[in-house]
Design a protein around this ligand. Structure first.
Ligand code: IMP
Ligand code: MG
Length: 183
């Protein structure tokens, strides 16, 4: 990894503190009954694992695979389910756990799919929100950080599958992709 490509935006400590706050808020908002956390693969897995442990109540987890981006930085505009849930969600409080909401296309589609399965409630928790890029309105119940229109990596977020394991969230330098002959 070449550090000069990356500009730190949100530190690991800031992420940790904010995720703890979000966990406490969710715990207060859902006092009883089953709560199913649904993480969107793969980016949201790091956030899910920290958020689930910050919620001091019973939760269950499930995963959904959704592809809306190719290997580059811009959306294909197409969304498809690449892995469906393992379990039913009818009658449950369901909280979608996402890494970042950009155009909103992915979550608008996912909410529509999941609503048809008749959950008791359906809300979204996202670590990052890029509101300036929104094309489809989505109602975000829990937002970790609002960020400007920049492409970020780390803490689960990737660029062409790289950088997911960075502990902090960084902006990937402009023009970086043009410098890579294999992309
Ligand atoms: P949306 O459908 O445009 O809201 O895109 C959401 C998905 O695009 C996220 O779940 C990410 O996988 C990806 N994405 C959007 N912005 C970024 C970014 O800045 N870095 C990495 N992935 C991103
Ligand atoms: Mg994602």
């Amino acid at each position: 990894m070449n550090d000069s490509e990356l500009r730190p935006l949100i530190s690991a400590e800031q992420i940790r503190a904010r995720v703890q706050e979000m966990g406490r808020q969710i715990q207060t908002d859902y006092p009883e009954g089953p709560l199913r956390l649904i993480a969107i693969l793969k980016g949201a897995c790091f956030f899910l694992s920290d958020l689930a442990r910050a919620i001091q109540r019973d939760v269950s987890i499930d995963f959904m695979g959704i592809a809306s981006y190719g290997r580059g930085k811009s959306s294909s505009g197409e969304v498809k389910v690449t892995k469906d849930l393992d379990n039913e969600i009818a009658g449950l409080d369901v909280l979608i756990v996402e890494d970042i909401v950009d155009t909103g296309i992915t979550l608008a589609y996912l909410c529509q799919v999941l609503q048809q399965r008749k959950p008791k409630t359906l809300r979204i928790a996202t670590l990052l929100d890029k509101p300036s890029r929104r094309l489809k309105p989505v109602d975000l119940a829990y937002v970790g950080f609002q960020i400007p229109d920049e492409f970020v990596v780390g803490y689960g977020l990737d660029y062409a599958e790289r950088y997911r394991n960075l502990a902090n969230i960084c902006v990937l330098a402009e023009g970086f992709e043009e410098a890579r002959p294999d992309e």
